[in-house]
Design a protein around this ligand. Sequence first.
Ligand code: ATP
Length: 238
Amino acid sequence: MLEVRGLDVAYGAIKAVRGVDLTATSGQITALIGANGAGKSSLMRAVSGITPPARGAILLDGEDITRMPAHERARRGLAHAMEGRRIFHQHTVEENLVTAWHFRRPDGSFKDALDQVYDRFSILRERRRAKAGTLSGGQQQTLILSMATLHSPRFLLLDEPSLGLAPVIVSQIFDFIRDYARADRVVLLSEQLATLALRVADQGYVLKHGEVVTRGSRAELSSRGIADSLSSAYLGTA
Ligand code: ATP
């Protein structure tokens, strides 16, 4: 379980996250829903240890990790796939996967992990010798997801995994994320569009100006018409 309690993240005078309480449980996908600038990335960066919070606490399975360095959190099974496509464009698909594997110095079999990736996303097997920079946006996102999940982290943070992708790829990616969460993992995913988030998430937290304005299960958020009210917030008319 991932718990966030009374979290504030600030950049000088800018308060990006204000008093956020959140619980994400195993086997479920929890969505952070909010417009551009709502504080989703800042919250995730605090959880993964990139940005130190100004206040509050972060717990993994009850252990307080608030002041733990990012690499220690990674050793405890936390992975963060950030917005902005962190892959090596000049390296091949397979070289990227090799790098992701060695980065964590795991003890399992790379070949097994690689086979799993290629069985899941056959396009990555087909293009394994292609430079990653030549992949389409959707293919790059499957590579990013594969790199982030190569060691089967128990806590997976995904920053806008559907951003700018074609609907057919989004469905494939969401299927993958759903299966991943079902195997007893905690998945926290950020998404600007509530309708998209509620397609995949079991529960959601709606952020506005750094604060949680609504939370609930998918059914609760859907029945409250959160998608509609959010899209007007998204467009800046609410
Ligand atoms: P996006 O969809 O653009 O990623 P977001 O919901 O993830 O939006 P954040 O990126 O967390 O929101 O931004 C929240 C607020 O903090 C915004 O006002 C943003 O301008 C500000 N902010 C984010 N990163 C920094 C930074 N490194 N320095 C200063 N201000 C920042």
